[in-house]
Design a protein around this ligand. Sequence first.
Ligand SMILES: C[S@@+](CC[C@H](N)C(=O)[O-])C[C@H]1O[C@@H](n2cnc3c(N)ncnc32)[C@H](O)[C@@H]1O
Length: 237
Amino acid sequence: MAPHAVIAIARRIRRRLTAPGPTYPLRLAILTMLLETFVFLRHQLTLATTARRELPAEPLRLNLGSGSDVRPGWLNIDFMGDADLLVDLRRPLPLHDRSAELAYSEHTLEHLDYPTDAEAFLRECLRVLRPGGVVSVGVPDGEPAIVDYPSGAGWYEHWAPSFPPRLSTRMERLNYLFRQDGDHRFAYDSETLLALLHRVGFTDARRRRFDPAIDSAAREDGTLYVEARAPLAGAGP
Ligand SMILES: C[S@@+](CC[C@H](N)C(=O)[O-])C[C@H]1O[C@@H](n2cnc3c(N)ncnc32)[C@H](O)[C@@H]1O
């Protein structure tokens, strides 16, 4: 079955299971169990078959959480869709140490629990990067929504056409940025994201500008981009 058909069916099941009603908490728990079971089995299947597969020549450029942004010449990794490697980014990656030059991730880190899964994921990025290799991360920028909250202008007016119509108050919209109906697990500002990168062992973490060579044009607006380096061999912490 084609990936988009699977996703369409999964969405329909999800809509049914998340409809309001007295059994909503139980249905949500069942949905989570089904999704986690699917992700676990898919990861195991990939582990069982990856050893036999030919991965692109090193050093790799990794697109982590590729979604529909599957990039030719990159190793696209996601737990669903048309990725080259279908694995759970919360678990160790089936890649060799120091095999990548770039670990790139756009609008995915916010889908991982913070700090547990976010740290585990970035530690894996560090492990698979060669010394001096770059981790580059883009996430929804949480800061403007906080800064503009008192006025309700700026961020709130700018994004008004994009919010689901059911969201009308500033607090509903702020929560949507942070939680996105449960899909988002954490909202970042640059201070938190840079501290996280340093904490897992990256160096030279800094905010960077949108880079049309690697970033998606559709993501420029509203995205906080940062990058950092894996320490050079022999460099101390
Ligand atoms: C909002 S989409 C971003 C896709 C793409 N990078 C872009 O910017 O359009 C988030 C992606 O992260 C993937 N994802 C979320 N959690 C994941 C996990 N634990 N393991 C693997 N992929 C995950 C989702 O499947 C989805 O494709």
